[in-house]
Design a protein around this ligand. Structure first.
Ligand SMILES: [Zn+2]
Length: 475
């Protein structure tokens, strides 16, 4: 190991206030996917100030950017996200109290996600430059993780084609560099068109689009018996008509279909498309299918996960102030013990029972979960099919905190969140330095990736001509 990581850690320590300030600003902006103009601008400008060459407006998304420093191989990628969630506005308070009711909030901690990555990229650059090593550090500013799968567009446009390995951080309740996969997903809307008529006076003239939506849902609910255990199908009815005395001429449902492997998901998805057609035939209506987005399942990488765990242990976990702990205790009052135990159990972390009486995770476990699937989906998955990729977690929220909750929003903007941010930035900088300078480790990660992918082929889930839905929030 020729590069001393200390210069990277020193940069992070000396710029603690700057880094936390950026994360807090992104928290305040709380911008939704594809319109994160101020947030992406802030991160891109900071990278530019530190000598990164920045390309903005990548893959048809004005808020996507790529920042590059250095030259030649290897090329190590770091990803950052910065989109917020609708309706989750919350003050930096341990009690439920919206800042602006109904407005967005950072319920998944992407204010920290983007900033930890930005800080890690700059810090790794400082160390590599000092030691005159060769190699390239590339930061990916990735918009719209929560709703429009920004990274899938970036993958389709070849943004990751020359990356040798990639790391990413995500706020969590735990220190984790897990080996679990995720579910492949498709998001799709069904538009049914019928014929309006007076529902009392001349119902025989009408053709109900709502009937079609309901019959389709019924068909899908019968299908549930015949899908694999780990599949997930969920829907909402977005539009069901205007009032009862009009036979609804138009109705719309929105479905997510998920399964552990892309082909398993597609099998169920195609069956559902047939059920939609069947519902249209039964009701003499027309159906139009609108595919929105899709993503793959995560390909884990043990080699990189082990590097992350090693760096977490070497750096040492954050120390919390009395103020941090008081805030944590108050948040804990809003989380029931049953909820906390259920969450710990679901994590499948070996020895999770030890965490039941703890407020904050204080251990760094070995990577776990090989062969297991967590039941969410992420567009990080599509990147993990292109290059060895690991997204790791650090405790940003007290144990038991559900993601996408007001409790998470609050913690993403205060002491515990700030400490997670600084710790994660150091872990990521150290791991990037390892991958840039330790040829054996990088080759091992790449070989593992080749073996995990083996003969499976990645085909973009989105059609070649589909553009990111830049106007989605205006609809
Ligand atoms: Zn997230």
């Amino acid at each position: 190991m020729s590069v001393d990581k200390k210069s990277a850690f020193d940069w992070i320590e000396n710029n603690r206030e700057l880094i936390i300030g950026i994360s807090d600003k992104v928290w305040e902006f709380a911008e939704l996917g594809l319109i994160e103009f101020k947030s992406s601008g802030l991160l891109a400008d900071e990278l530019e100030k530190h000598g990164f060459k920045v390309e903005r407006g990548i893959a048809g998304m004005p808020t996507a950017f790529i920042a590059t420093w250095g030259e030649g191989k290897p090329v190590i990628g770091i990803m950052g996200e910065y989109d917020a969630l609708p309706g989750l506005s919350q003050k930096k308070s341990p009690r439920k109290d919206p800042l602006e009711p109904g407005k967005p909030g950072h319920g998944c901690g992407h204010n920290i996600h983007g900033t930890s990555g930005m800080a890690a990229a700059i810090a790794a650059r400082k160390a590599i430059e000092k030691h005159k090593e060769r190699g390239t550090i590339r930061f990916f500013g990735c918009p719209a993780e929560e709703n429009f799968s920004g990274k899938v567009f970036m993958v389709r446009d070849g943004c990751f084609s020359d990356i040798d390995a990639l790391i990413s951080h995500h706020p969590s309740t735990m220190n984790e560099a897990s080996l679990m996969s995720s579910l492949a997903v498709n998001s799709v809307k069904f538009h049914f068109y019928g014929k309006a008529s007076h529902a009392g006076g001349s119902p025989e003239q009408g053709r109900s689009a709502l009937d079609a939506v309901e019959l389709m849902n019924m068909g899908v609910n019968y299908l549930r018996e015949h899908v694999i255990q780990d599949a997930r199908i969920h829907y909402i009815i977005e539009k069901g008509g205007d009032q009862p005395n009009i036979v609804p001429p138009y109705a719309r449902s929105w479905y997510y279909v998920r399964a552990p492997e892309r082909d398993q998901m597609e099998f169920i998805y195609n069956w559902i498309l047939d059920i939609a057609k069947g519902a249209a035939i039964m009701t003499r209506t027309e159906v139009e299918t609108e595919f929105l987005e899709g993503s793959y399942n995560v390909v884990p990488n043990r080699t990189i996960s082990e590097l992350i765990v090693k760096n977490m242990r070497e750096i040492g976990l954050p120390k919390y102030s009395a103020e941090d702990l008081m805030f944590a205790e108050e948040i804990a009052n809003s989380i029931s013990p049953e909820m906390k135990i259920a969450q710990l159990k679901k994590s499948k972390r070996p020895g999770w029972e030890r965490l039941v009486d703890k407020l904050i995770d204080d251990e760094v476990p070995d990577p776990w979960g090989e062969g297991e699937v967590s039941h969410g989906s992420t567009d990080v998955a599509d990147v993990s099919w292109q290059t060895p990729t690991v997204e790791f977690g650090t405790p940003t929220w007290i144990l038991g905190t559900p993601a996408h909750s007001w409790q998470a929003v609050a913690q993403n903007g205060v002491g515990i969140g700030h400490k997670s941010l600084i710790f994660a930035a150091k872990v990521m900088a150290a791991t990037a330095i390892d991958l840039l300078t330790d040829k054996d480790a990088l080759n091992k990660a790449k070989e593992e990736h080749r073996q995990r992918i083996s003969n499976k082929k990645y085909t973009s889930p989105i059609p070649p001509d589909k553009k990111p839905p830049l106007d989605a929030w205006e609809k």
